[in-house]
Design a protein around this ligand. Sequence first.
Ligand code: SAM
Ligand code: SF4
Length: 450
Amino acid sequence: MSFSFAINIYGCQMNQYDGDRLRTALTFRGWKETDTSQADVVIIVTCSIREKAEQKVLSEIGRYKKAFGVKGKPILAVIGCMAQNMGVELIRRFPQVRVVVGPRHIGLVPDALEKALRNKVVVYLDEDPREMVDLKVTPIIRSNPFKAFVTIAHGCDNFCTYCIVPYVRGRFVSRRPDEILEEVSELVEDGILEVTLLGQNVDSYGKDFCKGYRFSDLLRDVSRIPGLLRVRFTTSHPRDFTDDVIEVMAEEQKICPAVNLPIQSGSDKILKKMNRGYTVKGYEGIIRRLRNAIPDISITSDLIAGFPGETEEDFVDTLNMLERMQFDLVHTASYSPREGTPAAVMPDQISQEEKKRRLAIVNELQDAISFKKNLDLVGKVVEVLFDDLAPKGGGLLQGRTPTDKVVLVPGDETMLGKLYEVRITEASNWYLYGELVSLRDFNDVLEVGL
Ligand code: SAM
Ligand code: SF4
């Protein structure tokens, strides 16, 4: 019997990837994707990174209570980090939740959904952090036809003191290179032009193999797959980032000149309390080497404001660091205590108001830096791969430069999946606006590189 499903995805790009694989697996089983008001099952792929992320999911779950009470559908499947974090409590609190599956058992989801539709309640939590039942499916039915994510490693062993990821996603395991290369090749055959390799710490890739195949080897091998235009990766970790990655980025034209290297704080004292394993000076050394080897590189980062024990002096160190680094963009958040992590019980927690104040100051400073960097591009011609309609509509298309800047240009759907030269006419801190100069021939690009 065929059922209908809807998927709502929260959180990181790994969740997008998992969502697309589930979508593909269920479609192959004959299920139909529809919207949440029609679906027999609503699958919610969840995030636990901050309390706010969990609250959003809880309020979405609550919204289905009435329909479920009246029609007995949709039933809900809660998948991923929050499923692992809250477990059976989700079933106890919400009768509409009939499936709860942790991130390392995603391979069991399709069967679990079918059981739930036969009136069972199914819970698969990750009891052993090394155990894994993955979904062996290439995400052919995707939310985006031109670019795709590919997870190259699961879990994380770093245990930064604020972070829930190692507890909900388990131990670090690299996927085998042949499996990854085969998946990327299949995606390219299916029309994919750009892949982003995903891991909580891509620089640790291969450390769990006995033969010395490193992340830089994988990057080189992926970038040489015929027909692929662009390769991106995220997230890098300053403790594990090595110069061979810089070398391969400088050598291989298809590897985009863009790195997300989270610094988290500009104070060595706070970095130590976070268990990050590097100093601000060490971090600055990596940035210098990256900028020397790849002068047009864009560097983005992540930052937490108001970590426990962060004094005004530590905070000023962070502001000064931002001035010195001149990041293209920084993903910022105020510290959110996560139960079970060491930082949640550290003394000297910062008040909510003070965290908010610090976050606003950080954002104001970084917005000005990002804006200035984007303003430098006005008048320049850049290469853009258009991959979607702009979220706000208005007849605009959205694409990205190799440096991962978002460019909006008036246009229509016939331009999607094509490369254009675009002159930048206007900048904001998050977006660039432009006008078309010319269409670029893929074959030229594939031969000479981007
Ligand atoms: N593995 C990557 C790294 O080492 O930076 C990033 C993974 S994490 C999913 C993404 C970002 O969420 C982190 O870089 C951090 O800035 C933020 N984050 C994680 N836990 C947080 C917390 N408890 N409060 C606020 N932000 C947090
Ligand atoms: Fe969390 Fe740290 Fe692992 Fe990133 S490296 S996922 S911040 S524990």
